[in-house]
Ligand binder design. Sequence first.
Ligand code: NI
Length: 256
Amino acid sequence: MYNNIFDTHAHYDDERFSDDLLTVLAELPSAGICRVVNCSTDLNSCEKCAEMAEKFDYIYFAAGIHPHEAEEAQTDFIEKLKCFCRHNKCVAIGEIGLDYHYDLSPRDIQKDVFEKQLILANELKLPVIIHDREAHEDTLSLLKKYKPSGIVHCFSGSVEMAKEIVKLGMYIGLGGAVTFKNAKKPVEVAQFLPLDKLVLETDCPYMSPVPYRGKRNDSSLIKYTAEFISQLRNIPVQELLNITTDNANKIFGINE
Ligand code: NI
């Protein structure tokens, strides 16, 4: 049984939690979870994430427009996001970024919405939570341009790219994908990455680690990812959890 587990990336507003959301959230502390950052995907999701953060003291949220939803963003979305950012449980702008795998919004719109949110993060001095799927080059060049603080989540790039991210002072989020049989790059990154640049995440309800791959994920399953990485790094699981939780508290400015 572990404790002090910080899930830096969850989507508890997803409809797959609609039947038992309050039960799932209420049980997290008994599974050793100390904090969760819910990442929103659009303004509607910001509202739901804010509500959850008001109900549970260990739940925080990030406000942002996901690249999938970029095309739906209204002209005044930055003003609306700003209101959510003033919420005392809002600790980041996210999740934001580029997704050239699904391409659910046209790429020029994705880039525009991403860039506006990077500017907002710098203006408000908030960290960002970045989504980058098959868009490594464009993501990296925008991160180099705006130099935000924060996390590149569910990192799928190479060790070379991870080095660039670390050079920018950013952190890398690893979750269930690192445990998948075909995971090669995330495993290399988990082996190389300085531990003071690593945070853990679920991306729940997605990305359940082995042995729950394909099932609904929740923060209590983060321990399988932690066990997998601690074996790669040859350190005790609880020590890895303590380090990554310290990192997350530092990124989000959460004091003990
Ligand atoms: Ni996500």
